[in-house]
Design a protein around this ligand. Structure first.
Ligand code: NAD
Ligand code: UDP
Length: 310
């Protein structure tokens, strides 16, 4: 049994991670400031005596004795991370410094939830970990992209300078139950719009692509990475290499929900990446992992969740 701290544990991904690690018999401390997460996501865990909930903002130091830390605290949807961009940078950068300082002091292993956004609007396709990216440092998405890039730098420097036991996972677009209906990301937006019979909003002409990973596949690889050999620190990509245009995604969701909603086109947000697909060779080799849940199956589970909760 391990004691594990999950920052951002009341968010979409964090809540699934709390649940899985508790099911495996660990003690879990879930830290969150509820900016985009909610107690609703984890209330089914409250009766478990191995679960603790802490309201805390990771931009301030936090002290606890744990074996492992998963650092997920950071808004992930463009709408939310652009709401207060200075705070987003602080959460990524000061949050990384605070969890790394803690890990150094208590000799804990610490995993960073990084992102495919470190590749920006990529000029190399699909994206391997060796690609340094094409990121605008002064745009509307920079608070998130550069914040996450700086967090990776800090993780590597704490590892080289202080021997902190680190892991970096670069997460590509992930979806599933417990996404916030107002989250603003494409899968939840389209499903909520379809279920409510509202127009389905495609930004731009809908030819931009993304590769969508179901949350259970992500949780599996995050835990495998945490348990991997100490010499394998990453960064390692995780995502589903099946690539779809936003038009294809909208059509799939229309078909699966049987909605009468119509597609409407809205302006493309600035610096919106044109294409994105992970090269997952490294995760296959080092972690014996590949995603198992195809888009249609994951969408059905996510639609069923929203149909029940909306
Ligand atoms: P989310 O917004 O649902 O979860 C983020 C959680 O962090 C929320 O519970 C929020 O309240 C909390 N949080 C935000 N700022 C905080 C702060 N200063 N102190 C404490 N808690 C804070 O998003 P998610 O999709 O669950 O993402 C989780 C992590 O995974 C994020 O770090 C995100 O960057 C990363 N990630 C997610 C995706 C994806 O597609 N979902 C892709 C790449 C990376
Ligand atoms: N998108 C869209 N309609 C929406 C929300 C998003 O067409 O209602 C597009 C968005 O412009 C982007 C893609 O879907 O091209 C994925 O957006 P999301 O915010 O989910 O993630 P990210 O851009 O960070 O990959």
């Amino acid at each position: 049994m391990k004691r594990i701290l999950i920052t951002g544990g009341a968010g979409f991904i964090g809540s699934h991670l709390c649940e899985r690690l508790l099911n495996e018999g660990n003690e879990v401390i879930c830290l969150d400031n509820y900016f985009t997460g909610s107690k609703q996501n984890i209330k089914h865990l409250f009766d478990n005596h191995n679960f603790e909930l802490v309201r805390h903002d990771i931009t301030s130091p936090y002290f606890v004795e744990v074996d492992e830390i998963y650092n997920l605290a950071c808004p992930a949807s463009p709408v939310h991370y652009q709401y207060n961009p200075i705070k987003t940078v602080k959460t990524s950068v000061m949050g990384a410094i605070n969890v790394l300082g803690l890990a150094k002091r208590i000799k804990a292993k610490v995993l960073q939830a990084s992102t495919s956004e470190v590749y920006g609007d990529p000029m190399v396709h699909p994206q391997p970990e060796s690609y340094w990216g094409n990121v605008n440092p002064i745009g509307l998405r920079s608070c998130y992209d550069e914040g996450k890039r700086c967090a990776e730098t800090l993780f590597m420097d704490y590892h080289r300078q202080n021997n902190v036991n680190i892991k970096i996972v670069r997460i590509f677009n992930t979806y599933g139950p417990r996404m916030n209906p107002d989250d603003g990301r494409v899968v939840s937006n389209f499903i909520v719009q379809a279920l409510q019979g509202k127009d389905i909003t495609i930004y731009g002409d809908g030819t931009q692509t993304r590769s969508f990973q179901y949350v259970d596949d992500l949780i599996e690889v995050m835990i495998r990475m945490m348990n991997a050999d100490d010499n394998f620190i990453g960064p390692v990509n995780t995502g589903n290499p099946d690539e779809f245009t936003m038009l294809e995604l909208a059509e799939k969701i229309i078909k699966l929900t049987g909605t009468k909603s119509e597609i409407v086109f809205e302006p493309l947000p600035s610096d919106d990446p044109k294409q994105r697909r992970p090269d997952i060779t490294l995760a296959k080799e080092k972690l014996a992992w590949e995603p198992k849940i195809p888009l249609e199956e994951g969408l059905k589970k996510t639609i069923a969740y929203f149909a029940k909760t909306l």
